[in-house]
Every structure is written in structure tokens, then in C-alpha cells.
Design a protein around this ligand. Structure first.
Ligand code: ZN
Length: 341
């Protein structure tokens, strides 16, 4: 099968082709697993963290990719819950403890980092970690829901927002554009404020229903009760804390932060950014329950993910674009060329 593999970590500032296109044997499903024929795989910022060594794979080579849409090709021994041909998705957790804290379990195994993921024509997964995809979505539309969407759903839950309270989103890429639609549905009376450096992203946010959009350093007309940060850097965190109302909560939705601007943290002022019972909480990816709850909800409220398509062989280009260019919506690799978009 055709696959894109990572052989070593590197800086994407000076490496344009971190992945190699190779032929690998089709994997065998083990007990409780299914073999999947992959049709689409989202490109997530966490891939940049893996490639650049902020959350490196424990061994090489590895096939990245954890926003996988696929069809069950064959069921392994004792895998009885899914039918051959059924369309399913796979997210970041490939296997874990199976309880509500499985995302915090230090032993959990990550798709596309600890085991081979979806930048390939086939992969295997435990049947419990493969989720039915609602019919309303095409394969490529569904891919970003598996990580960007589901982790956004978890982040929004962790804000503890009540309807009518003011929500901020700093960074407006693959996850935030889904969270905005979700917030509009779950908290119809909550105004939403979006912070993004790129004027096109600000405009996109307004099109999707944001009440206000400005630069990362702009101040909204009101203080906000909760803000979700989806940026890879530190400056937006300091700026977001300055916009929080007393008792407000900042939820940081990132597996790792890049440290290029870490000196921004020295600007933290206790009275301006932290006092008045303001708090910071981080999101540690998603459990299987988040994904199982989110997918039907997304279908019910017809959340639309904006996607930019790349072929599997162009995975390096997708990663470099994600690293270096403003993000609009989500990037998805199309692995079966016959897909409808
Ligand atoms: Zn992800």
C-alpha cells in the first residue's frame, strides 16, 4: 500500500519534505481490530508537533494521521461490532483505558504517533475506537470532525459557559471554525468574539456568525466570560487573559505550544491577567465518548467544515502550508481519488 512515513524529526522552517512516500505491506488486523481502507485523512497541527519533536513518535518510521475516514475492509478475530464496508472514523486515541479519563491515561496509545495512522491506503484499529460517520457528511467533510471538531466540542464543554455568557475564540483555524458553529447552536444567546491575525480569517469568522472579529491584540467591546485558545504560540494567551472578565476561564486547546515567543510570558501581570479569580485550563485531546457524542450532534445541527484538499502524495505540501500560511478551515488528504467532495 502507498503510505507517507516520518523517519526522523526535523524543523519545518528548513525542511520542506518531512515525510517520504513509500510502499508498505497492508497491515493485518489483530484480535479485536478491523482493517480499514482509508479514503480521507485530516491534517492536524499535532502532526507539526510530532515532526518538529514537541511530541515525537517513540519509534520510526511512523505513518502520521489521526483524522481518518475509512471503510471496514476486513474484521479481525473477535471483532464483531462493525460490518465490512461500513464507514467509520478514527481519532487521536488509538487505544486506552476505555474510561472517561482515558485521554489523561499516561499509557494511552496515539494514532499516527505511537502506531501507524491514516496517511496511508490502509490502517488497523480496535473496533471500539472506530466510530460510525453520519450519512450527511462526505468523507472529506467528516475528516476534520474527528479531531478538530471533537476537541473543539470538548474545549467548549470545559469552558463551563452558560447561555448568554460571552465567548471568545483566539485563533480561527480548523477547530475554531467548527466551535463557532457549535456555540451558535448550544448557546444561542451568547455573543462570540473572534481574535485572529489574518484579516481573511476575521472575515470568515463574521460570515460564520461571529459578533465581533479583531486582531489577536485588539480589545473587544466587552470583557469575556470564557475564551478558547487554539493557537500554537504564547502571545494570544497573554492577550486573551487581559480580555477575561472576573471569574472568567481560558481554555487552552493545544497538545504542545511552540516556544518561539515564550518571552511573551514575561509580560504577565498578576493584576491585569490573573487576579479576580480568572483561571486557565488545558484540553488534553478527546476521549472516545467525546467523538461518539459529537458526531451525531454535528450532523443534527449540520456543522459544516471548510476543507482544502490535497492528494496523499502532497501531504508534505499540506503540512508546510499549515505551518507557514494562514489557515482557512481544515486541510484534508484525499486518499481514494474517486471521492465526491
Ligand atoms: Zn488532531
Amino acid at each position: 500500500m502507498k503510505a507517507m512515513i516520518l523517519r526522523r524529526t526535523c524543523s519545518l522552517n528548513d525542511c520542506d519534505e518531512p515525510l517520504d512516500c513509500v510502499d508498505l505491506p497492508i497491515p493485518e488486523p489483530q484480535e479485536g481490530e478491523v482493517l480499514l481502507r482509508v479514503s480521507a485523512c485530516g491534517v492536524c497541527h499535532t502532526e507539526l508537533d510530532e515532526i518538529e519533536g514537541r511530541t515525537p513518535p517513540p519509534s520510526y518510521p511512523i505513518v502520521p494521521g489521526h483524522e481518518v475516514v475509512a471503510r471496514v475492509e476486513r474484521c479481525g478475530r473477535d471483532a464483531t461490532k462493525l460490518a465490512e464496508g461500513q464507514r467509520v472514523g478514527v481519532g487521536w486515541i488509538h487505544s486506552s483505558s476505555g474510561d472517561e479519563f482515558e485521554n489523561l491515561n499516561p499509557e494511552f496509545c496515539a494514532t499516527g504517533r505511537d502506531v501507524n495512522g491514516g496517511y496511508a491506503e490502509f490502517m488497523t484499529v480496535l473496533e471500539n475506537y472506530a466510530y460510525p460517520i453520519p450519512d450527511v457528511y462526505s468523507d472529506v467533510e467528516a475528516a476534520p470532525l474527528l479531531c478538530a471538531g471533537a476537541v473543539g466540542y470538548r474545549a467548549l464543554k470545559l469552558t463551563n459557559l452558560r447561555d448568554g455568557q460571552r465567548l471568545g475564540l483566539t485563533g480561527f483555524g480548523g477547530s475554531a471554525h467548527i466551535v463557532l458553529q457549535l456555540a451558535r447552536h448550544q448557546f444561542p444567546n451568547s455573543p462570540v468574539f473572534v481574535f485572529a491575525r489574518d484579516p481573511a480569517a476575521q472575515e470568515f469568522a463574521k460570515q460564520l456568525g461571529a459578533d465581533w472579529a479583531g486582531d489577536t491584540t485588539d480589545r473587544p467591546p466587552e470583557q469575556l466570560d470564557a475564551i478558547i485558545d487554539t493557537t500554537p504560540v504564547w502571545k494570544p494567551i497573554v492577550e486573551a487573559l487581559a480580555c477575561l472578565a472576573p471569574n472568567g476561564r481560558l481554555v487552552v486547546n493545544a497538545i504542545r505550544k511552540e516556544n518561539d515567543d515564550i518571552e511573551e510570558l514575561t509580560r504577565l501581570s498578576y493584576p491585569e491577567h490573573l487576579w479576580m479569580e480568572r483561571e486557565i485550563k488545558t484540553v488534553a485531546n478527546v476521549t472516545q465518548f467525546d467523538i461518539r457524542e459529537f458526531l451525531p450532534l454535528a450532523a443534527e445541527i449540520t456543522i459544516r467544515s471548510e476543507v482544502q484538499l490535497y492528494s496523499l502524495e502532497d501531504a508534505n505540501k499540506a503540512l508546510i502550508d499549515l505551518k507557514r500560511k494562514p489557515v482557512r478551515g481544515a486541510k484534508v488528504l484525499v486518499i481514494d481519488g474517486s471521492l465526491r467532495t
